[in-house]
Design a protein around this ligand. Structure first.
Ligand SMILES: Cc1cc2nc3c(=O)[nH]c(=O)nc-3n(C[C@H](O)[C@H](O)[C@H](O)COP(=O)(O)O)c2cc1C
Length: 180
């Protein structure tokens, strides 16, 4: 697989599907990718930084202003060495922020800083996904060259059977191998 030895930033945002990012990271590490995990503060409500840190075997980047890093401007250092930026799961909020160029946390600041391909895996309630604002943001980002994987149709956390379900980790890994 072409993900071996690649530096992959895994950005996790505050969706109920955040638990799936733990399995995805486990699979990436198994394939010998270097995983650099970044979480929004809301993502940490769904899955703990300790879980992500342990599975990724790397420090988790949540707070840009935490005074526990080296002298470098850390987001620029991370951005320069990344081969791929995977946002999994991507909330409607994070997609909207990226489409607007907003950089108000570690994840969105990093997105603006990287030159590598950015792959977005949306997960949300079907009404949020179908909302014209979300659709407009997705179309715009696709036009700019951002990659999207999913969402899929299936059972959602709210109980509905509809579009909005995050793609499964195995499918995401297969798709990013092609992109890399
Ligand atoms: C239980 C629960 C589940 C949620 N699931 C989703 C989701 O799957 N997708 C989504 O876009 N927002 C979801 N949200 C709303 C987001 O957490 C909210 O919009 C938040 O501001 C996102 O922050 P972030 O994008 O900075 O991580 C959920 C909220 C709660 C309380």
């Amino acid at each position: 697989m072409s993900i071996k030895n690649k530096n992959i930033i895994v950005g996790i945002s505050g969706s109920i599907a955040a638990y799936k990012s733990a399995e995805l990271i486990r699979l990436l590490v198994k394939e010998k990718a270097m995983v650099i995990p970044v979480m929004t503060k809301n993502a940490a409500e769904f899955v703990t930084p300790l879980t992500i840190q342990t599975l990724s075997k790397n420090k988790v980047y949540v707070d840009m202003f935490a005074n526990n890093f080296d002298w470098e401007v850390e987001h620029i250092t991370i951005a320069k060495k990344s081969d791929l930026f995977l946002i999994v799961p991507a909330t409607a909020n994070v997609i909207a922020k990226i489409a607007s160029g907003i950089a108000d946390d570690a994840l969105t600041t990093l997105v603006l800083s990287v030159k590598c391909p950015v792959v977005i895996c949306p997960a949300m309630n079907s009404e949020m996904y179908k909302n014209p604002l979300t659709q407009k943001n997705i179309s715009y980002l696709k036009k700019l060259g951002y990659y999207f994987i999913g969402p899929e149709k299936g059972e959602l956390a709210c109980g509905d059977e509809n579009i909005g379900r995050m793609s499964e980790p195995v499918k995401i890994i297969s798709e990013i191998s092609k992109i890399l």
